[in-house]
Ligand binder design. Structure first.
Ligand code: PSU
Ligand code: MN
Length: 319
């Protein structure tokens, strides 16, 4: 049958995803690897700081002896581990924000996308990367009982088998509802040296979680326990910034109230809500929220690196 133009132009779809050589070698040798998401770079941080940040997160891991695996979809192919050019593209190109459900569509179209926590955790899990660092998780939005707006981060995490380090969820979300949903989805939530769930820019939220873990070896043992039970859920590690580095709470509350009003006035909804609020908050805080945001991400990347080292050590001791 003669191919139509449409068919001949379609990209070849031969790969589910592509793991970089560096990441594949590290995984095969049982060396530590940490996944990094790309939506935080493309939609969560302003240019040009986002490119600097993407490079810095990778450098923090390399300095600790951990292989970074930044994840994004480039030209239809999910990549686990990017080269310099790939990192530049996620920071500088206007890419769609891609959740798990967008992956097959990007594949069909040969299009690029920056992966959310949901899509990153999904792909990391498929590739065998067990530890993932992000800034803040998506969760249940305020007003979700009317809008049904709950991030796919929660359901995707529940299926990923990946340990995600975050500074909790932003107070733009409904924090207690998010914690309830994580309970329903049977996702273990542990605080790093705390039982006070952090709210991203602030080190506390006033909502208590059941468990705290004391060091990265203990987190690796939780992962082991999960594997022994054959329980495929991911694990949420909530890692608050030290209190002296958090955003000033009064300023935080003022800016957030303004941001909600602006989102309302602009009529944003759906997947545009999170990027709108984040962008607005950076502007309105005169960049202060951005500095705290970067401190949070660095802090999470460092802890994730430590967990990956502990995980690798635990498994080589067992081998
Ligand atoms: N929360 C943040 N910073 C972010 C995001 C969430 O504090 O950059 C991004 C992450 O990529 C997350 C996504 O996976 O937003 C969630 O979007 P949504 O609420 O549309 O699922
Ligand atoms: Mn949503």
């Amino acid at each position: 049958m003669a191919a139509t133009n449409h068919q001949t132009e379609a990209p070849a779809q031969t790969e589910a995803f592509r793991v970089s050589d560096e990441v594949a070698e590290a995984l095969a040798a049982g060396r530590p690897v940490v996944a990094l998401e790309s939506t935080i770079i493309s939609h969560g941080l302003p240019r040009p700081r986002n490119l600097e940040a993407a490079r810095e997160f990778e450098a923090i891991l390399r300095d600790a002896g951990v292989t970074p695996a930044t994840i994004a979809v480039l030209d239809g192919i999910p990549r686990i581990g990017l080269d310099d050019e790939g990192v530049r593209r996620i920071a500088e190109e206007d890419m769609t924000k891609a959740s798990v459900r967008d992956l097959p569509i990007l594949s069909a179209k040969g299009a690029s996308g920056a992966t959310t926590v949901a899509a990153t955790a999904y792909l990391a899990g498929r590739a065998g990367v067990r530890v993932f660092a992000t800034g803040g998780l998506g969760g249940v939005h305020r007003g979700a009982s009317d809008t049904f707006d709950e991030s796919a981060d929660l359901s995707a995490l529940a299926l990923s088998g990946v340990t995600v380090v975050s500074a909790g969820v932003k107070s733009v979300l409904d924090i207690p509802a998010t914690l309830e949903r994580l309970e329903t989805l049977s996702v273990p939530v542990v605080g790093y040296r705390t039982t006070d769930f952090p709210s991203f820019w602030l080190s506390t939220s006033g909502y208590t979680i059941d468990w705290s873990v004391e060091d990265t070896d203990e987190i690796a043992r939780v992962m082991r326990g999960q594997d022994l039970l054959g329980h495929g859920q991911g694990i949420v590690v909530a890692n608050p910034l030290p209190a002296e580095l958090q955003w000033d709470p009064a300023e935080h509350d003022r800016v957030l109230a303004t941001a909600f009003a602006a989102a309302d006035a602009a009529g944003v909804s759906g997947k545009a809500v999170t990027p709108f609020l984040l962008g607005f908050i950076v502007e309105e805080s005169g960049g202060r929220s951005l500095e705290v945001n970067l401190d949070i991400a660095r802090n999470n990347v460092r802890l994730a690196g430590g967990i990956a080292l502990s995980w690798s050590a635990l498994n080589s001791a067992a081998a």
